[in-house]
Design a protein around this ligand. Sequence first.
Ligand code: B12
Length: 204
Amino acid sequence: MLARAEAMTQTEEIVNKAMSDGVPAEEILNNGFIAAMAIIGDKFSEGEIYIPDVLIAARAMQASVDKLRPHLSDEARIDRGTVVIGTVKGDLHDIGKNLVKYMLQGSGFNVVDLGNDVSAEQFAEGVRANDAGLIAMSALLTTTMGSMKDIVDGLEEAGLRDSVKVMIGGAPVTQEYADRINADGYARDAGSAVHTAMELLGVE
Ligand code: B12
C-alpha cells in the first residue's frame, strides 16, 4: 500500500482529473470512492491488508470527499442512513470503533460518533437527536460487555427499541452474545460491519 501523503496526493490528482474530464461528482463518489472502500473492507476482513492501510485509505477518501461535497447534488448527498456509534460505558478503547466509523462513512452512511464511555442515556439521546436507524456499539473489555445489555434495555425503556436497530462488535463480543442481549446484529471486523449495517437497514 502507499504511504499516507502519497495516497492523499494521488487520490486528489485522480479526483481533479476526473472532475476536469467532466465526470459527475456523484459518479466519482459512488463508482470511485464507495466501490473502492468496499474493496478495502473485504481485503481487511480477509487479512490481505492491515489497520494502517485502512486508516490511510479512509483519510485519503475523507480529504477528497470533503472537496467533492460542494459539487454533489442534494440527491447524491442522501446517504444509506444514519448510524450512531460509540464505545460503551466504562470502556475507553476506540481504535476499532473508529475503524468501523471510517468504513461506514466511506460506504455512504452518515455516522454520528458519540466517542467512548457512552451511557444508555447518551445513546438514546443520540438516536433521538439524529433520527438514527442504527446504533453501533463497541466493547473491548469483558467487564464492559454488560454495558451493551444495559444500553439495549435503556432503548427499550426509552420506547426507542422498535425504531432503531442495534449492531455490536469488539474483540470479546460474539454472535452468541448478540443473540443473548437481543441485539439485531454482530460483525467481527470493520469490513463485515458495513455488510451487516446494510442488511439491518435494508439498503443496497
Ligand atoms: C490499545 C489498547 C488499549 C489502549 C486503548 C487506546 C484507545 N484509544 O483505544 C489503552 C492503553 C487506553 C488501554 C487501556 C486498558 N486496557 Co486495553 N488494550 C489495547 C489493545 C493492545 C489493542 C486494542 C485495539 O485497539 N485493537 C485493534 C482494533 C482495531 O481491534 P478491535 O478493537 O478488536 O476492533 C476490531 C473488531 O473487534 C471490530 N469492532 C470493534 N468495535 C466494533 C463495533 C462494532 C459495532 C462492530 C460491528 C465491530 C467492531 O472491528 C474492529 C476492526 O476490525 C488490546 C490487546 C489486543 N491486542 O487486542 C488491549 C486490551 C483490550 N486491553 C485490556 C485491558 C485489561 C485494559 C485495561 C483495563 C488495562 C488497565 N489495567 O488499565 C485498560 C482499560 C481502560 C478502559 N476503561 O477502557 C485487555 C482486555 C481484557 C479483557 N478481555 O477484558 C486487552 C485484551 C489486553 C490484554 N490481553 O489483557 N488498552
